[in-house]
Write a protein that binds this ligand. Structure first.
Ligand SMILES: [Zn+2]
Ligand SMILES: [Zn+2]
Ligand SMILES: [Zn+2]
Length: 177
């Protein structure tokens, strides 16, 4: 006779909020950019000195200072971002925006803040990827991914950058009819 065996779920783990619905196991999270690569849980960050005590994510942007959109001769959005000490100490850290048309926008060091001025994202590019690199963090942004980002609540400051770009896209869309 065979010894009684522990049932192994045939379907494997089915994670909900870090707990397996099949076997009750807790995921021992493997974090990458604030998201668990195993169970897909999004970290509710708890930043202390710009490092998350839960997932270890280093906050690259410590502050986003407002943004404004100009719609007259030059349709553009500009905003000021402040990098964290961790990002400033990292010699590979950089702030680069690659627009859907391939144009690269570099942040200008204004002392305390970096100023980023983005122009030339037209309404027809709403669904195209805009690559945002801040510090060592890379984000493929487009209007469709905006909703996801807003829901995830992962990096508030990066979301503010994305919100600014989104608002700009909406404004450009209206301006261009
Ligand atoms: Zn399981
Ligand atoms: Zn996990
Ligand atoms: Zn975290």
């Amino acid at each position: 006779m065979l010894a009684e065996q522990k049932t192994i779920p045939a379907l494997g783990h089915k994670w909900t909020d870090g707990v397996c619905e099949n076997c009750g196991e807790n995921c021992s999270h493997i974090w990458a950019d604030g998201v668990c690569t195993n169970c897909k849980l999004v970290c509710q960050h708890n930043f202390e000195n710009n490092v998350c005590t839960n997932c270890g994510l280093v906050q690259q942007i410590s502050e986003v200072k407002g943004y404004n959109i100009s719609l007259k001769d030059n349709i553009a959005v500009s905003f000021h971002i402040k990098l964290s000490d961790a990002a400033l100490a990292d010699e590979n850290a950089r702030v680069v925006f690659t627009l859907p048309n391939g144009k690269v926008v570099k942040a200008v060091d204004k002392g305390e803040y970096f100023e980023v001025k983005v122009e030339g994202i037209l309404a027809q590019n709403l669904d195209s990827d805009c690559i945002v690199e801040v510090g060592n963090l890379t984000l493929n942004y487009n209007a469709l991914s905006y909703g996801d980002l807003a829901l995830k609540g992962s990096n508030t400051n990066l979301q503010n950058v994305v919100k600014a770009l989104y608002a700009y896209n909406q404004a450009a869309k209206e301006y261009n009819g």
